[in-house]
Design a protein around this ligand. Sequence first.
Ligand code: FPP
Length: 226
Amino acid sequence: MSSCPNHIAIIMDGNGRWAKNKGLKRTAGHEEGAKVVRDITKHCSLLGVKYLTLYAFSTENWTRPKLEVEFLMKLLERYFKSELPIYLENNIKFRAIGDISKFSKSLQKIIKDVEDKTSNMSGLTQILALNYGSRDEITRAVSKLVSSNQTINEENISLNLDTADFSDVDLLIRTSGEVRISNFLLWQCAYSEMFFSSTLWPDFNSNELDEIISDYSLRDRRFGGV
Ligand code: FPP
């Protein structure tokens, strides 16, 4: 039997449908989704979860309409500005994974600044996947190994992924009823338990997370053994 997961990863899906169902613009769904990011992060911190990784912007999300991408960039800037005191009050460390060099200089600076200012926090680590794609991450890791003449093996690949400092994912959750992984943490989810919820991300809440964790705690994780 497994207890509370050490590392939870969430594909936060359904913002657009949530907004459409309410006759609102898609951006309203993202705005509401950002509030849920805060609630779920605080809840995981209280539960004693060590790592929470959230898929905030994928390498494929650039293909969305220009206005939506611009809105998401501004939302991230606003989020980080308002979030710093919340990380500090709750002893939460913030880390980004993904290739943030494609973001504007100002957004990159804010991200680095929040990482620096929370680096001494010892509670939950909230990891946001930003311009993240698992294939891109693995390719970058292998390229680093090749260019530094290191052996290509599992340990070295893990050590060169953006997630090198974190343990593998124990529980992967996707909201909105879609049942796919969408290029998220493919390496790190090799043995994770998966849970697919039909709730749209802006409606997701801590009670549902508790139910999922309770289901997870009953699962028998064998990691390929018997
Ligand atoms: C998927 O919903 C969601 C995203 C692509 C972005 C996730 C962003 C947030 C939760 C808000 C911003 C995050 C932070 C950290 C401030 P979708 O737009 O694909 O929804 P749909 O499938 O219903 O269209």
